[in-house]
Ligand binder design. Structure first.
Ligand SMILES: *[C@@H]1O[C@H](CO)[C@@H](O)[C@H](O)[C@H]1NC(C)=O
Ligand SMILES: *[C@@H]1O[C@H](CO)[C@@H](O)[C@H](O)[C@H]1NC(C)=O
Length: 395
């Protein structure tokens, strides 16, 4: 392929590579000063693997997953699982309801900002993306999806009773759909950055994967469609789906991949309402499912990390459960008044379509609430969660 490139294209590429070299030096210096440099991949890997060097500071952040990290991809597809209307986004610049499932920024934005990359990670779909946007990372996440491909089709079950399986063309993006978009993205990146720099961006950037909640909370516990599995075999199945996803993402060039576990699903306001009884307590069985899933996911990630199958991979399991349950159980320690309801409306039923300016007003002070709606955290909740994660795992 290289021999087919025109001379002018080659000159551009050389310039781009030179510029990148300068940037790498700059970033490495900054990284060394500002944060611990991640451990370099071992040099003992197979000869076919790229030469191991110190990892540069990640030039971009790429995000895959569900509504926790969807910054608006669902606006661009036919689905009712969206929130591009007030009061969503009320604390975003310009009170812009961008499709983020919160009152402000979501975890991808917060992490990119902490990495010094940029303040917002845009949705890959539905917005005009600048070269800067593409060079520094985008989110492919889609609210309502899960590791289980069926989850993307069942998501309306939380909004409608009895549950109807939506037509295939109306489902949200599956994790495989997101990988297809990443392939398309890589072609765009090559066109603007040249093949060598594009490959470098893909292999040195950070990847964030956040999904799995909807598999357990919706697909398994709320709908009848996976009842042929018992809980343990369903967990084994979604961990296998997660493992397949990680391996496919590695196959597309990713090396540094952070994979989040499940939150304490039984304490999410919607699940308290669904299954927590009259006093809306935490649902012990659902929390237990998260704990079992997380242990299995962490074990699989450790098995894959740097293995012969994925040489040079740097995988991290990110525990969301521990920091979240602490915020739920000790609200005072974090300055929250309320952690068992969302800020939107009564906080008992309102999520996506039901949290809108006609049916539900937001609470007076969202900073006093951990949850924004019955499923998603407030921006302040996400900020405190990400602070604890960065404390524990570094950047
Ligand atoms: C609102 O967000 C959309 C999508 O991110 C963006 O295209 C638009 O420019 C934003 N508008 C304002 C006023 O910030
Ligand atoms: C993955 O492997 C690297 C070394 O290659 C190690 O530093 C890191 O702790 C491992 N991560 C996990 C989750 O085991």
């Amino acid at each position: 392929m290289a021999s087919k490139r025109t001379a002018s294209h080659r000159a551009t590429t050389i310039l781009a590579v030179a510029a990148m070299a300068v940037m790498i030096v700059h970033r490495t210096v900054r990284a060394a000063a500002a944060a611990p440099v991640p451990v370099a991949a071992t040099t003992a890997v197979a000869a076919a693997a790229p030469p191991a060097t110190k990892l540069p500071w990640p030039p971009a952040l790429f995000v895959f997953g569900d509504s926790i990290v969807d910054p608006g991809n669902n606006n661009a597809i036919t689905t009712l699982v969206r929130c591009n209307f007030p009061p969503y986004g009320q604390d975003f610049p310009g009170h812009n309801a961008t499709g983020r499932f919160s009152n402000g920024r979501v975890p991808g934005d917060i992490l990119a900002s902490r990495l010094g990359i940029k303040e917002y990670v845009p949705a890959y779909l539905g917005t005009e993306l600048s070269d800067f946007d593409l060079l520094t990372g985008v989110s492919f996440a889609s609210g309502g999806c899960g590791f289980d491909p069926l989850t993307a089709e069942l998501v309306l079950c939380v909004l409608t009773t009895p549950c109807v399986v939506v037509h295939h063309h109306q489902s949200v993006l599956t994790m495989d759909n997101q990988l297809d978009l990443f392939k398309e993205y890589k072609e765009k990146l090559k066109r603007i950055a040249g093949a060598p720099r594009a490959a470098d961006i893909v292999s040195t950037s950070l990847y964030m994967v956040v999904t799995g909640t909807d598999d357990l909370a919706n697909t398994y516990f709320t709908t009848p469609f996976r009842r042929d599995y018992d809980l343990q075999s369903y967990i084994d199945f979604i961990v296998q789906c997660a493992s397949d996803f990680i391996q496919k993402l590695y196959g597309l060039g990713a090396r540094r991949i952070n994979i989040a576990g499940a939150p304490p699903i039984g304490c999410v306001p919607s699940q308290r309402t669904n299954a927590g009884g009259l006093d809306r307590g935490c649902v012990a069985l659902y929390n237990q499912a998260s704990v079992v899933f997380n242990a299995a996911l962490e074990k699989e990630i450790k098995r894959l990390n740097g293995s012969d199958a994925l040489p040079g991979s740097l995988l991290k399991y990110i525990d969301l459960y521990t920091p979240l349950i602490d915020m739920i159980q000790r609200p005072d320690a974090y300055g929250f008044d309320v952690t068992n309801r969302g800020c939107c409306g009564t906080g008992v039923f309102e999520v996506t379509l039901m949290c809108n300016r006609y049916t539900a007003h937001a609470c007076k002070d969202s900073s006093k609430f951990l949850f924004w709606d019955t499923y998603h955290l407030t921006e302040r909740g996400y900020n405190l969660l990400m602070a604890q994660i960065v404390n524990r795992y570094g950047l």
